[in-house]
Design a protein around this ligand. Structure first.
Ligand SMILES: *Cc1c(COP(=O)(O)O)cnc(C)c1O
Length: 225
C-alpha cells in the first residue's frame, strides 16, 4: 500500500513535470493506470490513491476488474487487441477502446454497441510486421469505410513504439503520429474528432507528452518495488 501510494505520487509528479516542460496546460494529459500485472484487490488499492482512469489489455481480465470495481466511479479503458468474437462480451462496459485496428472490427463494434463508443484508431507508424494497426497511408481509406458506423466515435490515434527503439526513434514515431492526428482532425469528419492522442507507457511517456499525448498508458511504474 505504501509503495503504491509512493509510486502513484512519483508517476503523477513526473507527468506534471513533463507536461510543464512541454509548455502544455497541466490538465491536458490524462493518466491511465494499466492494472494487468495485479489482481482486483491491488488494483482497488491503487485506485484509492486517487486514480480516475483504469485499463486492461485482455477481455477476461477487463471483465474481472470491471466486476470487482465497477462501483468505484472509474473511467474504463480497453487497450489491447480485441478479437471480433469477443466484442459482444465487453464493448458496452468500455468507455474508451484504444486498439481499433481493422474495418472488420469496427463493423462488429457497430453491430454490438448499444451507444457510441469512444475509440482510438491504432496506427503502426514504424510498420513493424509484428505490430497491429493501420499503416499511415491506409488510414484515410479506412476512415471512408468507418464513416458509415455511427457507434464508433474516433477520438484520436493510438500508437506504440517498437521495444528496441532508441529515444530518437521513439520521438520520431510519436511526432509523426501527432502530425497525422492533426491532419485527421482538420478533415472535420462527422463522429471523428481526432482531438485525443493515446501514446506513452512507463518507459517513454515523457517523450509522448512532449509530442502531444493526451492519454498516457502507465503500468509497471505503479507497481515496481
Ligand atoms: C501493458 C501495456 C501498457 C503499459 O505498459 P508499461 O510498460 O507496463 O507501462 C500500455 N499499453 C498497452 C497496450 C499495454 O499492453
Amino acid at each position: 500500500m505504501m509503495t503504491l501510494k509512493k509510486n502513484k505520487e512519483a508517476v503523477f509528479e513526473h507527468v506534471r513535470q513533463a507536461t510543464k516542460a512541454a509548455h502544455r496546460p497541466e490538465d491536458s494529459v490524462h493518466i491511465i493506470a494499466v492494472t494487468k500485472y495485479v489482481d482486483a484487490q491491488v488494483a482497488k488499492e491503487l485506485c484509492e490513491t486517487g486514480i480516475e482512469h483504469i485499463a486492461e489489455n485482455r477481455v477476461d481480465k477487463f471483465l474481472d476488474k470491471y466486476q470487482a470495481l465497477k462501483k468505484e466511479n472509474l473511467t474504463w479503458h480497453l487497450i489491447g487487441t480485441l478479437q471480433r468474437r469477443k466484442v459482444k462480451d465487453v464493448i458496452n462496459y468500455v468507455d474508451y477502446f484504444h486498439a481499433l485496428d481493422s474495418v472488420k472490427l469496427a463493423a462488429e463494434i457497430q453491430k454490438r454497441a448499444e451507444h457510441p463508443i469512444k475509440c482510438f484508431l491504432q496506427v503502426n507508424i514504424s510498420e513493424e510486421e509484428t505490430k497491429h494497426g493501420f499503416k499511415a497511408n491506409e488510414v484515410e481509406a479506412a476512415l471512408s469505410e468507418i464513416a458509415a458506423f455511427d457507434k464508433i466515435e474516433l477520438v484520436g490515434l493510438m500508437t506504440m513504439a517498437p521495444l528496441a527503439a532508441t529515444k530518437e526513434e521513439i520521438a520520431d514515431i510519436f511526432n509523426q503520429t501527432q502530425e497525422l492526428n492533426h491532419h485527421l482532425h482538420n478533415l472535420h469528419l462527422p463522429h471523428m474528432p481526432f482531438t485525443e492522442l493515446s501514446m506513452g507507457m512507463s518507459g517513454d511517456y515523457d517523450i509522448a507528452i512532449q509530442n502531444g499525448a493526451t492519454f498516457v498508458r502507465i503500468g509497471s511504474a505503479f507497481f515496481e518495488e
